[in-house]
Design a protein around this ligand. Structure first.
Ligand SMILES: Nc1ncnc2c1ncn2[C@@H]1O[C@H](COP(=O)(O)OP(=O)(O)OP(=O)(O)O)[C@@H](O)[C@H]1O
Ligand SMILES: [Mg+2]
Length: 309
């Protein structure tokens, strides 16, 4: 549906985006995951025709958006990273303003405002001024504004940063609900849990480049040998550790102060084997914690640094 092809964009000496390509299929929740400064917003700005790339192009159903910006503008809703609302106007007036920007008028505009208010769950507060809203409520109005013209594709740029957990959960549910209604969604975030939860296709971005892509399982398979098992036993010494390290599939182990830490190639059968070995030897488990690899581990594996600062 949407194909981003070899985008480059620099700001003076800063190379914000360096050769970014990806494809978003219809009906996907597509995730762009990356730390601060990765180039997510720059990529989004090019897709939404707010910014011209130095080179590269974006194609919607095969048509260049550089040559035909209007095709993407009417099919795209954008929830920007920075909230764009008039603080002294009410939520309703803000929606009404954005609706008119998209060419909606009169009864149609009223109807769409009522519909999107249901989606964003702010019906009771629409008459209040926006500067009386919480961060989460402002964000929800911004989402509503992006939905008024019924776009086929919705882009959300870090929509849950700095808001309360209730609004955050509401936004995540909204994304899934909109997707059930067949909207294609591009979601950027530096929260790997959100991207894991929402997205069926994920690109991991760092320093202007896509460093890995695939569905969640494909990405996690890049580090599948990295399941970490933390075990506390009644007996903790080097011979216990050696015994556990003998198990096939345990490829690394160490004895921390009060914890045995094993790295294994991620199978549940192996956990059972470890427990069996402990029991056989007459040791007792005080606690056992199996940490499956997640996208954070993938990012760490690929870049040597943590996803969050
Ligand atoms: N208008 C601009 N002028 C100068 N530099 C910019 C501009 N926009 C972005 N940059 C730089 O380009 C790089 C990529 O920024 P971008 O905003 O695309 O990253 P991001 O992944 O959205 O990060 P964040 O998670 O912080 O929003 C950064 O080094 C940033 O400082
Ligand atoms: Mg950004």
């Amino acid at each position: 549906m949407l194909r981003v092809e070899n985008l480059y964009k620099s700001f003076n000496h800063v190379k914000a985006v360096e050769g970014v390509s990806f494809e978003v299929s219809r009906g996907q929740v597509f995730g762009l995951l990356g730390p601060n400064g990765a180039g997510k917003s720059t990529t989004i700005s090019v897709i939404s025709t707010l910014l011209e790339p130095d080179s590269g192009d974006v194609f919607l159903e095969g048509k260049s958006i550089l040559s035909n910006p209007e095709i993407i503008r009417k099919n795209l809703g954008v929830v920007p990273q920075d909230i764009a609302l008039y603080p002294t106007l009410s939520g309703y007036e803000n929606l009404s303003f954005w609706g008119s920007v998209y060419g909606l008028r009169g009864a149609e505009l009223k109807k769409r405002i009522a519909e999107v208010s249901d989606v964003i769950g702010l019906n009771g507060r629409l008459k209040d001024r926006v500067d009386k809203y919480s961060g989460g409520m402002k964000r929800r109005i911004n989402i509503g504004a992006a939905l008024l013209h019924k776009p086929e594709i919705l882009i959300m740029d870090e929509p849950t940063v700095g808001i309360d957990p209730q609004s955050r959960n509401h936004i995540l549910d909204t994304v899934l609900e909109l997707n059930r209604q067949e909207m294609t969604i591009i979601y950027t975030s530096h929260y790997m849990e959100e991207v894991e939860y929402l997205c069926n296709e994920i690109c991991i971005m760092d320093e202007g480049r896509i460093i890995a892509s695939g569905n969640k399982q494909e990405l996690i398979d890049l580090v599948k040998e990295k399941t970490q098992i933390n075990i506390k036993l009644n007996t903790m010494n080097d011979s216990v550790l050696s015994a556990l390290k003998e198990i096939k599939g345990v490829y690394e182990g160490r004895l921390n102060e009060d914890m045995i830490v094993l790295f294994v190639s991620g199978s549940t059968a192996l956990t059972a084997e470890i427990i069996a070995k402990i029991t056989e030897n007459g040791w007792f488990i005080e606690s056992i914690d199996v940490k499956k690899p997640n996208l954070e581990a993938v990012f760490l594996h690929l870049t040597g640094k943590a996803l969050r600062d």
